[in-house]
Design a protein around this ligand. Sequence first.
Ligand SMILES: NC(=O)c1ccc[n+]([C@@H]2O[C@H](COP(=O)([O-])OP(=O)(O)OC[C@H]3O[C@@H](n4cnc5c(N)ncnc54)[C@H](OP(=O)(O)O)[C@@H]3O)[C@@H](O)[C@H]2O)c1
Length: 253
Amino acid sequence: MRVLVTGSTGKLGSALLKQLKGKNYQVKITSRKKPEGIDGFTWIYSDLLSGDGIEDAVQDVEVVIHAATSPIKNSKNIEITGFENFLSKLRHINHFIYPSIVGIEEIPYKYYKLKFEAEQLLMNSSIPHTITRATQFHSFVESLLISRPILKRYVIPGSLKFQSVDVDEYASHIIELIEKGPQGKVDDFCGPEIMTLKEMAELKIKINNETNGVLNISVPGKLFRSLVEGKNTNSKRKIGKVTFEEYLRNRLA
Ligand SMILES: NC(=O)c1ccc[n+]([C@@H]2O[C@H](COP(=O)([O-])OP(=O)(O)OC[C@H]3O[C@@H](n4cnc5c(N)ncnc54)[C@H](OP(=O)(O)O)[C@@H]3O)[C@@H](O)[C@H]2O)c1
């Protein structure tokens, strides 16, 4: 089968490439920067903003895994306008796999609204597809834990909840979807436990033997309230096995 993976330099894209290596697929990959160590894959420069390289990238492919994204810079032009342009070149494909995020319709954050709109565009298109939503990756939550050296504290809205998931487990779920064919919207793929950001920071401090403490702040607004309420989690879908603690210990090793 001929597969295209967009966003090959990203967190999900890199995890997908690691697992697609040696599998019986002909794999094309795209991004703007060329990734390292991509023997066995055909890399094509492609920019969703300008449209450069897209025609080449999609030629002859049967399955597309769309892991390219831009949460902050030019987000509307990439997640919506660029996405629509991309979809318009995909009339010939058999299966478009769209990774998305749990709870996005209930979380008032611009990027999540765009992802939700993109899901609708895909569902209303004639392209055979699968939409697979995951919770935040462990690495994403870790990136929220920024220590303030002067205070020797992680200054965080500690009551936010996360159910973070291992990106490699999510990548292997996506690769299984290639063989399953188009499924429409599938069940959420979530991490094994729901924790507060404070609990996650405390785990990091313990595992890394840090002298940091946690300074818990409360942030007003609907976005933070929705995350305190855990709208980004799904307690019925604890599918991933690798916990945040294991992720941190593996990183240390
Ligand atoms: N991160 C999470 O916690 C999380 C959780 C659940 C679902 N997801 C979903 O998983 C998908 C992948 O997320 P990720 O975290 O792996 O993203 P990421 O690490 O930010 O990677 C984004 C990728 O998109 C490419 N890209 C950015 N701008 C581009 C442009 N203008 N044209 C073409 N490619 C462009 C980047 O490569 P270049 O810069 O080299 O072009 C990079 O390879 C997204 O759909 C996201 O919503 C993410």
